[in-house]
Write a protein that binds this ligand. Structure first.
Ligand SMILES: [Zn+2]
Length: 245
């Protein structure tokens, strides 16, 4: 059966002498691995369309239960090649792609994840100096997946944390307990360890970030220390989920 959809290349992996296994995030079939015959040969009809991040219209054939459908066509809609040019930026974006591979079951249609990735890549391409997009992406990904950490109420007793912070100084804040994926108040955390201290400013920044739309991000100029504080919480949370889920 021939199928057509759109896909963003998450990764590719050499197979045999000249073939590739390509993992896509597709609009209609979620994460999908396909077999690409001889793309590594010169003058392959696939050209550069199988490079990570490339957004293409693809066709593949294979029975519904075939474990590796065969790619028959891939026409580039957007190469996103500028996003591969800056190494550090690309490492950051590769982490976004990895999230899809790690968290999403194969061949389960989930258009929200596809739209989030595609629209974020377009934004990063047009506004490459703003480092907030990749953090925003991680937060929104976790939200759609149902793993968004709670930073405004105690993960145990439900007490509002921001209520505590009214008269606090910027050095105050909350403790994010990695194994609980939440801020836990002092009363509830006497038997716990392994936390990350999060400043009041970072907690407030996070709560706004969760509410903002992608289209607003270009107007926000967040200081580096907030990005790195929240980035650290989110990355620790993702790492813990990856290891324990
Ligand atoms: Zn509590």
């Amino acid at each position: 059966m021939l199928k057509r959809t759109e896909g963003i290349v998450l990764k590719n992996f050499p197979f045999g002498e000249a073939d590739l296994i390509v993992t896509y995030l597709t609009r209609d079939s979620g994460v999908l691995k396909v077999f690409a015959k001889s793309p590594r040969k010169i003058k392959s009809r696939f050209g550069s369309s199988l490079e990570p991040l490339t957004y293409s219209a693809i066709s593949f054939i294979g029975k519904e239960d075939a474990n590796l459908p065969k790619l028959t066509q891939s026409d580039i809609l957007r190469p996103f090649h500028t996003l591969r040019e800056n190494y550090l930026r690309f490492v950051d974006i590769s982490d976004m792609l990895q999230l899809n591979i790690k968290f999403l079951p194969e061949r389960e249609r989930h258009t929200e994840f596809f739209n989030l990735l595609l629209s974020t890549l377009f934004k990063i391409e047009s506004d490459s100096s703003n480092m907030l997009y990749t953090l925003y992406y991680r937060i929104k990904f976790l939200e759609i997946a149902g793993y968004l950490p709670s930073l405004n109420i105690c993960g145990r007793c439900g007490k509002r944390i921001d209520g505590n912070l009214k008269n606090s100084t910027p050095e105050n804040g909350g403790n994010f307990y990695i194994a609980h994926g939440a801020i836990i108040c002092e009363k509830c955390s006497t038997d716990l360890n392994d936390f990350i201290r999060v400043s009041t400013a970072a907690l407030k920044f996070y709560m706004s970030l969760v509410k903002w739309q992608l289209s607003n991000i270009s107007r926000i100029n967040a200081p580096d220390y907030l990005l790195s504080e929240i980035g650290n919480v989110i990355n620790s949370h993702i790492k813990w989920l990856t290891e324990h889920r």
